[in-house]
Design a protein around this ligand. Structure first.
Ligand SMILES: [Fe+2]
Length: 477
């Protein structure tokens, strides 16, 4: 079915379209007509511009929105460091907690829930590359939380865009631009700078985050597939304007900023969620992975997994992604004379995988579990585990549905991804037997042809030349 049947019902309205130019007003007449910056904005609101790209970025990359709000975002006291000694999501800032670049294949048991913390304090950097200070690279986080953010708090990351992949629990996200409900099998992108508050209407939550320090996510080109395939533009949902009035100075609000991997806090005497209307193409959005229009082979072999790309963020080199978000959804396999799981491979790209639910069809041995993860770094060899190879090599090649009830995903990057101290040691989830369980049991199946059939054993004539051309492929003499 092309839509996920969620156990928790939707409760908000959205406007549809990826990178579409949206406009929305919670009160009729709040949006100015024509001018973005009138001398007096309608209804006594303030004009505010939120730019997600440089002013002069090419038109097809340019992202910005105009916000019409009760008080501008700048109306707050200065930021001060908050929990500077404990909150650190950029280990490059702390040389003794640097990211470890290692060639091992890594796999993690399911990460623990933590019901003692809220969204902001649930973020654990597992792996990453680059540096938000240079707006270069990515961070990969696990979040696990059990508490709502305080009623009078809002959080934003100045470091990058958050691509949030819930594995367990529901996120109710109040953003400046409107409200979004995100459930497992949906993803959500909150661009750099947008302020939001996360509450947990169904209890504890856990999931994965890819933070993109550079550029923004976009849809992959479809090439010969044509104009509709994979994630279709119309299925991305952006919030409609929704605001709160609390400006009498009675309540103190805290704005929390993730800035170069550290946490800062500033206070203000009014709600930050007071945007009455907005228009533009820089906004948070969500997408139901059940709507992905999966493509694949209907003859033989299977395509590269790039054919399962939902969103991509390109580097300066065309076709080479700083980050691809790739999924392995339920799908039909029909290819003839084909080893149907992924091939054994070593890639110049690095691959961080997670599992939302079910069982990933390339890893049936049981070690790759929902809420766990794996990392196959640059040129680190991997592929199906021994049991999967055995089954797939002998399977009857009839049409079959794989991944039913399952959703695995991959954050793929052209960068060498390192692992933090937390990811390698403190979380205590790294499986020491990953290779022993997956690939070391692989048995050789090679059988030497009978003598006389091998190229170098062919009978030779008295002149020393091979005598039977029919036995020699690509005969050239
Ligand atoms: Fe791979």
């Amino acid at each position: 079915m092309p839509v996920t049947e969620f156990s928790v019902s939707e409760k908000y309205k959205y406007q549809n379209g990826f990178n579409a130019y949206h406009e929305t007003e919670a009160v009729e007449g709040a949006l100015p007509v024509g001018a973005n910056n009138p001398q007096k904005a309608p209804l006594g609101l303030y004009n505010e511009k939120l730019s997600g790209t440089a002013f002069t970025a090419p038109r097809h990359e340019n992202q910005q929105s105009w916000l019409y709000r009760i008080l501008p975002a700048s109306a707050h006291a200065p930021f001060a460091p908050r929990e500077n000694s404990t909150y650190n999501t950029n280990p490059e800032n702390k040389p003794h907690e640097r990211i470890h670049q290692i060639p091992n294949q890594l796999r993690w048991d399911p990460f623990d829930m933590d019901e003692t913390v809220d969204w902001v304090h649930s973020l654990h950097l597992v792996a990453g590359a680059g540096d938000p200070i240079m707006k270069a690279g990515i961070g990969m986080f696990i979040y696990a939380a059990g508490k709502d953010m305080h009623e009078h708090e809002a959080f934003y990351s100045a470091d990058g865009d958050f691509l949030i992949v819930p594995q367990h629990g529901v996120l109710d996200i109040q953003t400046e631009l409107g409200r979004i409900l995100v459930r497992p099998n949906e993803i959500c992108v909150i661009p750099r700078g947008i302020r939001y508050r996360v509450t947990l209407p169904e209890g504890p939550v856990r999931g994965y985050i890819l933070e993109l320090y550079q550029n923004h996510f976009t849809l992959p080109d479809l090439g010969p597939m044509g104009s509709n395939a994979l994630a279709n533009s119309r299925d991305f949902q952006a919030p409609v304007a929704s605001f709160v009035e609390d400006h009498d100075g009675q309540n103190t609000y805290t704005i929390l900023s993730k800035f170069a991997g550290h946490l800062f806090a500033a206070e203000q005497k009014h709600t930050p969620f007071d945007v009455v209307a907005w228009h533009g193409n820089y906004y948070p959005y969500k997408y139901d992975l059940g709507r992905f229009n999966t493509m694949g082979s209907i003859s033989y072999d299977h395509p590269d997994p790039s054919i399962f790309t939902v969103l991509t963020a390109q580097s300066d080199r065309p076709g080479t992604a700083i980050a691809d978000f790739v999924i392995f959804p339920p799908r039909w396999l029909v290819a003839e004379d084909t080893f149907r799981p992924p091939w054994y491979h070593r890639n110049t790209m690095s691959e961080f995988m997670g599992l939302i639910h079910g069982q990933y069809d390339a890893k049936t041995g049981g070690g790759f579990q929902p809420a766990g993860a794996s990392l196959h770094n640059i040129m680190s060899a991997h592929g199906p585990d021994a049991s999967t190879h055995e089954k797939a090599s002998n399977a009857e090649l009839k049409p079959m549905k794989v991944g039913e009830g399952s959703m695995a995903f991959m954050f793929e990057s052209c960068l060498m991804v390192g692992v933090t101290d937390w990811g390698l040691k403190k979380c205590a989830k790294v499986q020491s037997d990953y290779n022993a369980e997956s690939w070391e049991p692989l048995k050789p199946h090679f059988k030497r042809p009978t003598p006389g059939k091998m190229l170098n054993d062919l009978p030779r004539g008295s002149d020393g030349k091979i005598g039977d051309k029919s036995q020699v492929p690509h005969w050239t003499s």
